[in-house]
Design a protein around this ligand. Structure first.
Ligand code: ARG
Length: 387
């Protein structure tokens, strides 16, 4: 009796994997696991229905809270960003993989599987976690090098049907929505407005700006406009408010782990608001030295997440540093949402390293700075004399 656990989204790739795992790979039992990290409710419902029909056992795991607490919050603390991408898909994959492994252990499965192709980053992220176990790893779509067209034909032969044919490939969770594929692959193609679902076009956003007050404790957002909310609700709320103002659209050329450039489009209102606000607060609280050093830590952190290498011991060390700095990141930030922009317009913190003693308005002995000026730029002065 051979048993495999598949990371199942309900889409074409992973649906085709189910009969393939039986027919081509000889598994007697296919357990399909859908992990809810905040996909649209319709997608979850479809995944459950189709999963139940196609697989031997379908499991739905609600991981939204864990996703926010253990993955998104650390990302905010580390100002997570890779080439302008807020890492939504990247940060979710290791958690999905972890849940699949947990089910595989409970069910004494022999193998775990994913439906990624051999071209993207997701295969690497799933397998970096899968391969920390001694379970077999199966990737049918990649191994058989199936094209979308071949997949569709195979699906139809197996009675796997989709109501509407999706024009774009999408991946959504609570942190971001990614849209790619078909004409979008051409970097010069100007996308139609309809690809956006979370945000209105900035030029259609309300004329009136809106200011929201966010409170952070130890680098983590805890309240909106004075009301404390749990992380999942907070992010959902900011996606809604930010989306209304057209905040959080990204259209970039991204360097994939494998080395090719790809055109990527994202929506992420809450991420934009929270990352801007968090950075604004850090500027007030951390020392210049901390900020400079942390920029490098944050970038390295983001690269590891992008590559799916959160099992690297370096990741734990970086988090230890980040957490130490975030002990002091407490306070409030006023964010102005206006026509596609989210800007910090006010910040306050009991831990601010800001002093009014040096204000232009304070009458103060200033000659002390003269000694500083004499030596400031000393080396360049010598250089210019020589030249
Ligand atoms: N380029 C992004 C990443 O590597 C988004 C990928 C979206 N994945 C997808 N299967 N549509 O994280």
């Amino acid at each position: 009796m051979k048993r495999v656990v598949l990371a199942y989204s309900g889409g074409l790739d992973t649906s085709v994997c189910i009969p393939l795992l039986r027919e081509r790979y000889g598994y007697d039992e296919v357990i399909a696991v859908t992990v809810d990290v905040g996909q649209p409710e319709d997608d979850i419902r479809e995944a459950v229905e189709r999963g139940k029909k196609l697989s031997d056992v379908h499991k739905l795991i609600d991981a939204q809270e864990e996703f926010v607490r253990d993955y998104i919050f650390p990302l905010i603390k580390a100002n997570g960003n890779y080439e302008g991408y807020v890492l939504g898909t990247a940060i979710a994959r290791p958690l999905i993989a972890k849940k699949v492994v947990e089910v595989a252990r409970e069910e004494h499965a022999d193998a775990v599987a994913h439906g990624c192709t051999g071209k993207g980053n997701d295969q690497l992220r799933f397998e970096a976690v899968f391969r920390t176990t001694d379970l077999d790893v199966v990737a049918p779509i990649r191994e058989m090098s199936l094209t979308r067209e071949e997949e569709r034909r195979y699906a139809a032969e197996h009675g796997i049907t989709f109501e509407t044919e999706k024009r774009w490939s999408m991946d959504e969770n609570i942190w971001s929505r990614s849209i790619e594929g078909s004409e979008l692959e051409d970097p010069s193609f100007v996308p139609p407005e309809e690809i956006y679902q979370w945000t209105v076009s900035p030029d259609k956003a309300p004329e009136a700006a809106e200011i929201i007050k966010l409170e952070f404790e130890h680098g983590i957002p805890v309240s909106v406009n004075g009301t404390r909310v749990d992380g999942v609700s907070l992010i959902k709320k900011l996606n809604e408010v930010g989306g209304k103002h057209g905040v959080g659209r990204t259209d970039i050329i991204e360097d994939r782990v494998l080395g090719f450039k790809s055109r990527e489009i994202y929506e992420h209102p809450a991420a934009t608001i929270l990352l801007e606000a968090h950075r604004g607060l850090e500027q007030l609280i951390l020392t210049r030295n901390e900020l400079r050093f942390k920029e490098f830590v944050d970038r390295t952190w983001s690269e590891l997440v992008y590559q799916g290498l959160i099992m690297d011991p370096l990741f734990e060390s970086l988090n230890a540093f980040v957490d130490k700095t975030q002990e002091r990141v407490n306070g409030t930030v006023d964010m102005k949402l206006e026509k596609g922009a989210a800007r910090v317009v006010g910040r306050a913190s009991p831990n601010a390293l800001y002093s009014k003693d040096v204000s232009f308005d304070v009458k103060q002995e200033q000659r002390g700075a003269e000694g500083f000026s004499v030596y400031h730029g000393f080396q360049s002065r010598i250089f210019w004399k020589q030249r």
